[in-house]
Write a protein of this length. Structure first.
Length: 708
């Protein structure tokens, strides 16, 4: 995998950088921003200057107004206004006003007296600067109309005359001059006239123009210098490093993760320098990641190919030919295994140990995947190899357990169920090493074949396993499975469970073995829905179609069974005299009983058999270990009589007659009675007859019971 391959399908990288990119646009934005600041600052400066200058002008014209006011005698104004002629005082004041007008470069100085209605005004004094304005001065007594002026102007005149506004600073309508007006008062302080100073604006305009020129030129020069310096600094510290980083990242994609080394030119500890170092490190990390990912992908593909081969090997290890044996049509069998991963830990197997015995095995290794699959191969191989030598599933488990425990550092273990079917008789001897109970179809019933399971294989060395026995009749079936069936979980975290399995199988009992497994699988899939499969699912169904017409007698039987109807039947079995075989002994006795025996009768038989067998296991061979031979004879009870069962125990242990012991006094309390003897006492009470003899080096105890 290459970086260019990864990027080509999802993004497009330009071959060259766009000239109108950030490197061009950023300085342009700075120029525009500085120009905007220049204009705004110029306008604000001009307004401030204009305001300050006009305020200063107002102060100057006010001083001129009060200077001119000092030349005028306010008490004489009314006399001049009433038609008085110019006198020496008027002439002197007029001369001074003319001098002030010329020396101060004023346009006018005039003193007026408005009439009562402010409709007209009379000029008392009027001076004109000939170099500033064109026009003649009004003589004393000249009347001028005020009707052409607006109300605001008239109101201003009234306020000045009344003394409410000492000074008024205004522009005329044309904006050509500044007028400052002050009241002329007589000696009593009453306003009798209005004195106005008119200053031309040409000087103000010239100063404003000069300010604008000077300020504009200086500001423009400073702005240009600032922009140039800022752009140079910005180019050095920002745009150039950004350009290099951008060019390198584009080159990184185009050249499959390789950099040109240009980023090493970016020095310092700025954010751009840190970004450049990060891009360089990113290049190193991504190239390393691509290298590792390429190797990982190749390794994953190799492992996937190997797992495919392992899956095929595991599938080939499991028998896949159904029906398994053409020369044994009395057996119908079908099995399947669906691993949760590529390979699994579940397995099944079946094989003929001889011409009359057929073995089936279903196992489940702890864990998943390759480790479980390897352990499964070892377990399956050992079970078959030892199974071809031993006739007892319990003995097979004991030997396999010892070998699996050797070097089991991973701590794996196997739950397993194994049965050996005698085809000629239908007798099924089985052992359970921590496995789920199989389902049996027998006598029109569908139920679990439940026994107390032993410890799983590879759990602990030195373990003993027990054989159990049942008899299959033609048409009976047994379904063995792993917990992946009953522990299948749906999206609601609910288990499929044993109850659903038994109901499904009861409903599908008429199907063939293959069809039944498919029906169970479909039912599990419907229950699970879209939830993932967490455990391997293995199923095997064995159906006994018929008993073999002829074959070798059971190795456990020393006397042939009576085949004729209504005749007595005798079966003899030899057991290792251990506590673990108590269950198989009971199963053997139960297999001889006719159907319909009451629970009370079964309890009495179980207690009597257990008392005699446990005595043999505990005391006959102490110290050491031996065997117990048990013969069962069932007399059918013809002519309406009840069937009768006779059980004979033989062992070659120390001679011992349990019947010789005196019966305990049951009238005494438990504290007062001697310990022991109660079990054999109950045995004699429950059985019709119990006898003992020592013959041919054997203890022989016989008891019988009418099965009424």
């Amino acid at each position: 995998m290459k970086a260019s391959d990864n990027a080509s399908g999802t993004s497009k990288v330009p071959k060259t950088l766009n000239p109108s990119s950030l490197i061009i646009r950023l300085p342009l934005y700075i120029v525009l921003f500085c120009s905007f600041l220049y204009i705004v600052n110029g306008l604000i400066g001009y307004r401030v200057f204009k305001s300050l200058f006009e305020d200063e002008y107002a102060k100057i014209t006010t001083q001129f107004a009060y200077t001119a006011l000092s030349y005028i005698d306010g008490d004489a104004i009314e006399g001049y206004a009433e038609g008085g002629s110019p006198d020496e005082a008027w002439e002197e004041a007029d001369r001074k006003l003319n001098v002030l007008t010329r020396t101060a470069a004023l346009a006018y100085i005039y003193v007026i007296v408005p009439d009562e209605k402010f409709e007209s005004r009379m000029y008392i004094y009027d001076t004109v600067h000939p170099d500033v304005v064109n026009g003649k001065a009004y003589p004393l007594g000249q009347i001028s109309s005020l009707k052409n002026y607006d109300e605001a102007y008239i109101a201003r005149l009234k306020s000045v005359l009344d003394g409410e506004d000492d000074i008024r600073f205004v522009y005329n309508k044309t904006g050509g001059h500044v007028t400052t007006s002050v009241p002329v008062k007589d000696s009593s302080g009453r306003g009798v006239a209005i004195l106005s100073i008119v200053k031309p604006m040409s000087e103000v305009d010239a100063l404003k123009a000069q300010y604008l020129r000077t300020t504009s030129v200086f500001s423009a020069i400073m702005t240009v210098l600032f922009v140039i310096a800022y752009i140079i600094l910005l180019h050095k510290m920002l745009t150039k490093p950004l350009y290099l980083v951008t060019r390198e990242t584009a080159s990184f994609v185009r050249h499959r993760g390789e950099l040109s080394g240009t980023l090493k030119k970016i020095k310092g500890r700025s954010e751009i320098a840190i970004l450049a170092r990060a891009v360089e490190q990113m290049s190193v990390d991504i190239n390393r990641y691509i290298h590792d990912l390429t190797q990982t992908t190749a390794e994953k593909e190799r492992l996937s190919a190997e797992l495919d081969v392992a899956t095929q090997i595991q599938a080939n290890m499991l028998p896949r030919i159904f029906p398994p044996y053409a020369d044994h049509p009395e057996i119908e069998l079908f099995a399947s295994m669906v691993p949760a991963k590529e390979v699994g830990g579940d397995f099944y197997d079946f094989f003929m140990t001889d011409n009359d015995h057929f073995a089936v095995v279903v196992g489940d290794v702890s864990g998943k995947g390759v480790p479980a699959a390897l352990f499964m191969v070892v377990a399956k191989t050992l079970l078959k190899n030892i199974g071809l030598q031993e006739k007892s599933p319990a003995r097979i488990f004991e030997k396999v357990n010892e070998q699996l425990c050797e070097g089991n550092d991973a701590g794996l273990f196997v739950t397993c169920w194994m049965g050996i079917l005698t085809i000629s008789t239908g007798e099924l001897v089985f052992a359970n090493a921590g496995h789920t109970a199989p389902v049996i179809f027998h006598g029109g019933k569908v139920e679990y074949l439940t026994v107390k399971p032993n410890l799983m294989l590879a759990g602990m060395p030195g373990m003993r396993y027990a054989d159990h026995c049942t008899r299959l009749l033609p048409g009976d079936r047994i379904f063995v499975y792993t917990d992946g069936v009953t522990e299948a979980t749906n999206a609601g975290n609910e288990l499929y469970g044993e109850q659903r399995l038994i109901l499904c199988m009861a409903d599908k009992r008429m199907l063939s073995a293959k069809e039944l497994l498919e029906a169970v699988r479909d039912d599990v899939n419907r229950f699970v829905g879209d939830a993932p499969q967490f455990d391997d699912i293995t199923m095997l169904e064995l159906s006994l179609k018929a008993l073999a017409g002829a074959g070798t007698a059971s190795a456990a039987a020393t006397e042939p069974e009576a085949a004729g109807p209504g005749e007595a039947r005798t079966v003899t079995k030899i057991f290792d005299a251990t506590d673990e075989n108590m269950g198989p002994v009971n199963d053997f006795i139960h297999s001889m009983l006719p159907e319909g025996c009451s629970a009370e009768l079964l309890n009495k038989l179980d207690l009597a058999v257990e008392e005699i067998y446990i005595n043999i296991a505990h005391y006959a061979y102490t110290p050491g270990r031996g065997t117990a031979e048990i013969s069962c004879r069932l007399e059918p009870g013809n002519g309406g009589a009840a069937p009768r069962l006779t059980i004979c125990f033989r062992d070659r242990g120390k001679p011992f007659n349990p019947l010789a012991r005196e019966d305990p006094d049951i009238t005494l309390s438990a504290e007062e009675r001697d310990i022991g003897g109660l079990g054999i006492f109950l045995t004699k009470k429950f059985m019709d007859s119990v006898s003992y003899e020592y013959a041919d080096g054997q203890n022989v105890l016989t008891m019988s019971k009418t099965l009424a």
